[in-house]
Design a binder for this molecule. Structure first.
Ligand code: PEP
Ligand code: MG
Length: 539
């Protein structure tokens, strides 16, 4: 490959680095089938032990990670430990295959049972990676996962499973994946860990193991053989005032993340994702249990307003105690606030528990519903909130339909919060997790900015503040555009909060408005980004 050919993708983080490539491309190949050398009972027992030791090791590794990664890993480990998996492995064991082969066959069968569903399949490939790890342990072979243990490397892979991300040590200093978009699992985890990455990077697997590359997330690219001088300069804006132009809050999903957020300059919480607390819960928590958890989160959270989102279960975030039938299109299925009609008791208990935790802590709390698309739903949510004693009622704006009817929400809501992750996927009809559609979900899409402007205008008519809590707000330059469009607050993962706040301290309202008009009139995401950069570079 010529040194001058650069690979384009979606950057995560703002600092670039030069490093050597560690190619993880081969880690996905299945283990070779082998016959057992022990008796059936002994082999079965050995497999049970291999599963238990590997799971416990992985659980230990995951415990040292950020809570986003460890929650994802825990959901997978629970499946691997399930006795049904061993049952699926039994026929192969009885036919004389070794535990590693039997486990792999069981996982293949499990995958077939899951059908064609893309979302299930992405979980299955994560499970397969864990299966290979158990198989290698079982055979006493070198671990299937070939991650660097010393030196400093930029990891290159087709995509990364939670198993792989959970095992990153200090030797992994950057990440490049062929698949994944700006809101993919890999991007969210790299952002949470402050690891620069370029995801959805076409041609990543053509990079040679050991070769040097420039990882340039600010420029959304990887330059083989490139030097650090070539990196897209992060725009350093000198502070013009003590406070950012608009309020910057943190996005959290647990008390631990609340404590992390409290170490940043975040002025409160823009999105508390309550479902994160329950991704592995098989039984519905009682009202008292919920209240205790919310109380802990409220006490840990940074000073300022806290915006709690009621459970956003379903689709890519299944919650075991709120089951839905198998759906052809889960992102268009029973999810978000739609769950409140299916599970009214939980919806009611959650609102009462939040109200109880507000009373106990005295925090300033607004509560919003995810995924609403009609006035009736908003009316229903507002009435549930009022019955529970909640007065600050808001909604997430993440479906195109709700935008059109925003003027009809007068008196029903006291704030709006734009979920740009889902809003992008529904506006562009492009699955937010789809590996080949990441450019539709770019935060720089002019079509997205134009919809955000419509929402801001509607918020003005309603007389309510409008925030952005999707990943768009984690990009400092996009945050400036959002401020220029008239957005009142943005929120982002704790690792991005300080960068976003300092960018917003370095611009006047007038500059932000210039950036917004450039972004609004652009005809491509690339043009929007380069015109905004040009305005800020000349400051
Ligand atoms: C969003 O959709 O932008 C959002 C913040 O919600 P989530 O990513 O949790 O779906
Ligand atoms: Mg959403």
């Amino acid at each position: 490959m010529s040194k001058t050919v650069e690979l384009r993708g979606v950057g995560v983080g703002s600092h670039g680095l030069v490093g050597n490539v560690w190619l993880l491309a081969m880690a996905g190949s299945p283990l070779e089938p082998k016959r057992a050398t022990r008796e059936l009972a002994e082999e079965t027992e050995a497999l049970t032990t291999s599963i238990a030791t590997t799971v416990s090791g992985l659980r230990g590794d995951a415990a040292g990670n950020d809570s986003v990664s460890s929650d994802i890993m825990e959901a997978l480990l629970v499946l691997v430990e399930d006795s049904e998996l061993l049952e699926l492995a039994r026929p192969s064991l009885e036919q004389g295959w070794d535990g590693a082969t039997a486990l792999q066959n069981a996982l293949d069968e499990f995958s077939a049972m899951m059908g064609e569903d893309e979302e299930f399949q992405s979980r299955v490939s994560d499970l397969m990676a864990i299966g290979r790890e158990i198989g290698s342990v079982h055979r006493g072979e070198k671990r299937a996962l070939d991650l660097p243990s010393d030196g400093q490397w930029i990891l290159v892979a087709r995509d990364l499973t939670p198993l792989e991300t959970s095992k990153f040590g200090p030797s992994v200093v950057g990440v490049i994946t062929e698949h994944g978009g700006p809101t993919s699992h890999t991007a969210i985890i790299c952002r949470a860990r402050n690891l620069p990455a370029v995801v959805g990077c076409h041609g990543a697997l053509t990079l040679r193991h050991g070769s040097s590359v420039l990882l340039d997330p600010a420029g959304d690219r990887v330059v083989p053989g490139g030097s650090l001088e070539l990196q897209t300069q992060s725009i350093m804006l000198a502070p013009l005032s003590d406070a950012p132009l608009i309020t910057v809050r943190a996005n959290i999903g647990s008390a631990e993340e609340g404590r992390d957020a409290a170490q940043t300059v975040a002025q409160g919480v823009g999105l508390f994702r309550t479902e994160v607390l329950y991704l592995n819960a098989s039984d519905a928590p009682s009202l008292a249990e919920q209240q205790a958890l919310y109380r802990e989160v409220f006490l840990a959270a940074p000073r300022g307003k806290i915006i709690v989102r009621t459970i956003d279960a379903g689709s890519d975030k299944p919650v075991p105690f709120l089951p839905v039938a198998r759906e052809e299109n889960p992102a268009l299925g029973v999810r978000g606030f739609r769950m409140a009609s299916k599970f009214p008791e939980f919806a009611e208990s959650q609102l009462r528990a939040i109200a109880g935790a507000v009373a106990e802590t005295g925090r300033d709390v607004g509560v919003m519903a995810p995924m609403v698309s009609t006035v009736e739903e908003v009316r229903h949510f507002a009435s549930l909130c009022h019955q529970a004693g909640i007065t600050q009622v808001g909604i997430m704006v993440e479906t195109p339909a709700i935008i059109s009817v925003l003027p009809d929400l007068h008196g029903l809501v006291s704030f709006l919060s734009i979920g740009t992750n889902d809003l992008s996927q529904y506006l562009f009809a492009a699955d937010r997790l789809h590996p080949e559609l990441s450019s539709f979900n770019s935060p720089w899409q002019p079509g997205l900015f134009r919809e955000i402007k419509r929402i801001v205008d509607a918020g003005e008519i309603l007389g309510v503040p409008v925030g952005v809590c999707g990943e768009s707000g984690a990009n400092p330059l996009v945050a400036i555009v959002l401020a220029g469009l008239g957005i009142h607050s943005v929120s982002a993962a704790s690792s991005a909060v300080n960068d976003v706040a300092s960018a917003l301290q370095g611009v006047t309202k007038k500059t932000a408005q210039r950036c917004a008009s450039a972004a609004l009139s652009a005809t491509s995401p690339e043009q929007a980004q380069s015109e905004v950069r040009a305005i800020l570079e000349e400051l």
